[in-house]
Write a protein that binds this ligand. Sequence first.
Ligand SMILES: Nc1ncnc2c1ncn2[C@@H]1O[C@H](COP(=O)(O)OP(=O)(O)OP(=O)(O)O)[C@@H](O)[C@H]1O
Ligand SMILES: Nc1ncnc2c1ncn2[C@@H]1O[C@H](COP(=O)(O)OP(=O)(O)OP(=O)(O)O)[C@@H](O)[C@H]1O
Ligand SMILES: [Mg+2]
Ligand SMILES: [Mg+2]
Lengths: 465, 465
Amino acid sequence: EEGFKAISPAEFFYKNKELAGFSNPARALYQTIRELIENSLDATENYGILPTVKVSIRELEKIPEGGYYEVVVEDNGVGIPPKYVPQAFAQLLFSSKYVLRQSRGMFGLGAKMAVLYAQITTGQPADVIVAPIKSKHIYSFKLKIDIKENKPVILSFSVTSNLHGKHGTLVRLVTLGDWSRAKQRIYEYIKRTAIIAPYAEIGFRDPEGNYILFERVIDKLPPPAREILPHPHGVDIETLKDIIRAKASKPIVETLKESFQGVGETTARRILEEAKIDPGKKSGELTDMEVEVLVKTMKNFKDVKPPRADYLSYLGNEIITAGLNKVFEPEFVYATTRKPSVYEGHAFIVEVGLAYGGKVPLVEKPLVLRYANKIPLLYDEGSDVVIKVLNESIDFSVYEIEFPAPLVILTHICSTKIPYKGVGKEAVADVPEIEKELENAIRDSLRELRSYILRKRKEMEEIEK
Amino acid sequence: EEGFKAISPAEFFYKNKELAGFSNPARALYQTIRELIENSLDATENYGILPTVKVSIRELEKIPEGGYYEVVVEDNGVGIPPKYVPQAFAQLLFSSKYVLRQSRGMFGLGAKMAVLYAQITTGQPADVIVAPIKSKHIYSFKLKIDIKENKPVILSFSVTSNLHGKHGTLVRLVTLGDWSRAKQRIYEYIKRTAIIAPYAEIGFRDPEGNYILFERVIDKLPPPAREILPHPHGVDIETLKDIIRAKASKPIVETLKESFQGVGETTARRILEEAKIDPGKKSGELTDMEVEVLVKTMKNFKDVKPPRADYLSYLGNEIITAGLNKVFEPEFVYATTRKPSVYEGHAFIVEVGLAYGGKVPLVEKPLVLRYANKIPLLYDEGSDVVIKVLNESIDFSVYEIEFPAPLVILTHICSTKIPYKGVGKEAVADVPEIEKELENAIRDSLRELRSYILRKRKEMEEIEK
Ligand SMILES: Nc1ncnc2c1ncn2[C@@H]1O[C@H](COP(=O)(O)OP(=O)(O)OP(=O)(O)O)[C@@H](O)[C@H]1O
Ligand SMILES: Nc1ncnc2c1ncn2[C@@H]1O[C@H](COP(=O)(O)OP(=O)(O)OP(=O)(O)O)[C@@H](O)[C@H]1O
Ligand SMILES: [Mg+2]
Ligand SMILES: [Mg+2]
């Protein structure tokens, strides 16, 4: 009575799909495309494969709210082991990215939200075809989501021989969308993805029959992101209890050394000494009190190396300046990649690129291209930390910039965890450490621009004399 | 292998607690307080009880990140049946508000996030004491959340006699927080709650030992919100399939009449005729194809009454103007409650209040007080639909307002579903229908203000002659 009930994650995100970016047919079409492309890039780049991604949107029927579209995204990635395919596409909160490694995906929701929205708007199942990289077979699935139970429903399954050694994944959905309202953003998303991924080939066929190919311009992948152990400063009671449960019979000093980055024999012993815990005590025998004291001690222990960032995958000067040059043909271009920094135990790197003059259009405020873990962020600028920094901490006149001005600012944040404000991955929260790094990187870039502007002004004055 | 795994909703929101507003100790303390207060107001107001809510925050220990606080929130509400208490406080996605009725709560997460954050930062269980309204007993629980399994852990349970006929709920948590950084917002939240709930008594004892009592100034509750059947225009395939499953043996014409608002015998028959479905066919025997056609037909059926809004609970002129007068002592005050409107099958009402001059401070842009389902929204203004309307659609000079000006704008949106942008309930999404209603209500209010300003100006000119 009283209506008390539990719901599954699928029912939760079905009722509140706008939390995941599916707030109307246009946004839903955009979100569907981007979630699938992000999965394809994760499945190639992180595995040493030069990405080839084919995207197609075909209009099947026009209706008052927009239209029904067939969406197909295909890649040459590592594929997915068939036993995991049903859950990967039809069970929410299922993922291979719940590990401490930089990737575009992080929530275990993207593919499922696309499948869910298609299912509730058209009743159509998702087609998923995988050719796992070492397999001799190709597996085809027709899937729906049992929303009440958050479980896959396998409508059909078949296996064929993989005669040509193909590898990758193809996802096909029939979904409600609104191409006319989503068109500009979808094109912008793909273009902005191509700008910073010149090693990727992306083909896109749109509902109007247009085909555009973003060719691969370099044949070399950046070094991939790697998995890392958690950092002592990011630990909390639950995480430590989990670790202890997994290594219950080991001495606590061994558990600390094996489970955290930057903690060797000496550091582990010093931490345990400060926490007044016998290093030889079996991990599983620590009392709740001892666990709490140990967490406090680790969080506040000064002598640990900062979190490693050599396992992060940043863009770098070359890619940022090449991308800005290609799109804007500016007079002046500059890029900077900051040293790594830390927030709540997660290492992160901030990068900023600047383009000025030349064919950059005149704008009333800087044209900002935001990226996080190599994903272009196009919506919710108003609540993003980058815009906050630009509005609250930067006085452009100090840098000889008066609007309207021909100025583009590109920002990239990469980390083992991007603190997004929402599941739809559009805005990054104003974590103080990230805000500070952005401010420094932007100021540094604007100083370079100012030197250029002043030098040019001087040259002009010389000429006029 | 490959790290594929499923996680529970508890583990998801534990890893991504900033999605729920728990992004740092100061925000977490604020979110903890507001989630508990919102639960207390829902548990009184909606049940015809004049709310008496007691809030206390006591500092137990200062630490580098802020402090450990004991938070206690107690109310005289309907309480909770003891069999549901463990899940209500220690199982995510469990709620009595998953129904179509206006309330502050809607996600089934608020109380659990507060319990979760306290548990992972201090290791302390939550104390929950309930005196259910018709019961002769008082039930006390000590609860923790089994995060992996998203299940309650009952550490202790006891029953005592309820000798004085008390009813209500008390929640006590020991949590990490940062009072100095959260203080201003917590006070603002409570004040803004009191402004629009003059029938509520709210006592607040803060960590510095200060005590403030917001007294009840009227002894009459507004008419409570009521539960309503879904509207045909808001239906989708999954919802209709659910309804059909529950009434499988009934003729489809009966199922439609019983399950949707505004659908009587004639409308039901006309809808089925257009969908080419026999009205007498058993609901459970409809094919998938028929369900899809029926959904399409219902969504587009013009002749249905618009969603009812007489079951929504709005503030009204009296409360809005009294609140603005009390806080700002303005020279001019005005309030308007719009007729109901609809988005995606949910009825909503927009209300706007204006205060100008008198003791209203001079501001560079309007001081905006946003509310949704009677909850004050204090953060994320930059991504809220109200601010979007003010920035993009309102030219204040047209209304004789030149900044700096002494202008306050209060907005309230109430609905069976508020389209929040995030689980932390701080910003409302720019749903087109809501945006339009806000714009109309704000323009209407500003026109009234302009008449006042012009009239005053004329009087001044007369005087100066
Ligand atoms: N194209 C693909 N190639 C290989 N694996 C894929 C592909 N698409 C999805 N997957 C697998 O399915 C899982 C679920 O994808 P999904 O998009 O739902 O979540 P995610 O990418 O892990 O996180 P997020 O919700 O942030 O996108 C992924 O973790 C990945 O293991
Ligand atoms: N003070 C209270 N008095 C009575 N019932 C309460 C109280 N606090 C919580 N509950 C019950 O516990 C349930 C869970 O509360 P919780 O805050 O987690 O979710 P919610 O209020 O339903 O939704 P939201 O996450 O949006 O707040 C509520 O739906 C309500 O039934
Ligand atoms: Mg993904
Ligand atoms: Mg609640």
